[in-house]
Design a protein around this ligand. Sequence first.
Ligand SMILES: [Zn+2]
Length: 477
Amino acid sequence: MTIIRLCFLSFFVCTLLLGCKSGEEPAETAADQIDLIVKGSHIVTMDAAGTVIENGAVAIDEGVILAVGDAADIDATYSAVEVLDGGKRVVMPGLVNGHSHAAMTLLRGVADDLALMDWLQNYIFPAEVEFVDPEFVRIGTELACWEMIRGGTTTFVDMYYYPDTISKVVDSCGMRALISATVIDQRSPDAENADDSIAKGNGFIERWQGKNSRITPIFGPHANYTLNLEQLQATRAAAMKYGVPISIHVSESPFELQYAQDTYGMTSIEAYESIGFFDGPTIAAHVVWPTDKEIPILVDRKVGVIHNPTSNMKIASGIAPIAEMLEAGVRIGLGTDGAASNNDLDMWEEMRLASLLQKVDRMDPEVLPASTVLGMATIGGATAIGLGDKVGSLEIGKRADLIQVAFEDVHHVPTFDVISHLVFVSDEQDVASVVVDGKVLMKEREMLTIDTERVSSEATALASRIQAALQARNQKN
Ligand SMILES: [Zn+2]
């Protein structure tokens, strides 16, 4: 059916563009029934030309965008089973969260105001070994998916334990995700060491590769201070064997730079480059401290960099030179990192902070304008994680991942510039509807694929067990 409809569409476009006259009336085209039409007072397409269509609509069938254009034209061409109305609604691509540890929603607020290594080694790693099991991951990931859908995120890149459990949650909640099997050379919740985590990762990839078009199983080696170069090389070899990308923390903190210098006699990114780590697709989270010599490596090797401004500020990791990297041609997206270092999964906050942080760091209000960070949260992020040809913009043939942002709240009055509002005014509460792969996951703020009360009560119950155990441990010490 889709092919037939695309033919009708081609005919329709051809007629419009070339002024072709055909003997046959395109009556069937007008009656063509499709799955969904999403309307908006503005359609912010995020295509290469930056097209914004006023009083527009997006026509969707079988998960694919069939047409983007004037609402009256779409109405004349298609009738849809479901229509999301668009008065005072801005339609845009769903947000891409390029770096998260979703289940860490259950650890938000458990340890704040600490530097990265103190936070990781003395609080997070021990708490994870003690509390993280498949049930923790199921509840924490579902809680995260609820929060991400509510906030308009449609795709995320995750790195956590029990990736099969994460995948099952993503499968049922309807989001799109790259899900990493975490590789780390220490006892973790789901493995004993690096070799064990690579072996378990192989099994995960084999179980999920090609199973669900929304789920891409990948490897997530933690960092070059929790894995040595041989182990990183072995992880890349495994990823190459299956043809999957890698997600990893790179050049995050001054500790890592010192560690790389002391241990490998090189800067951190040079250490990766020295073993051919970037021979396959790489999603590098943070990249706060790249040197002038390292930035061209990121460009040449097409490394996707994910900027996490809130986490970098909260753990005081530093300020990533995003403006310099963009100027050099690095592919850059945005991420929240885990909720234990953020402490939420709000991509609107990441957009705003990304822009403000660069401006004050460079003492230049012109760097990272709204349109640039909106790109990083959508098509730029999609490109950085290797999905740029599939999602990230509203264009014919792409998968239908899009959101409606309500401009009804008084904080949007007046609106002179929609793009400016999306970055500097909008927040999670403004997201009205969310569509992934053509399926409506949230409609008029009603969550359709997650039972809000159940996940909330399960998370509360699990968190009180964690709190009781932490209190008992503190009393012992
Ligand atoms: Zn992280």
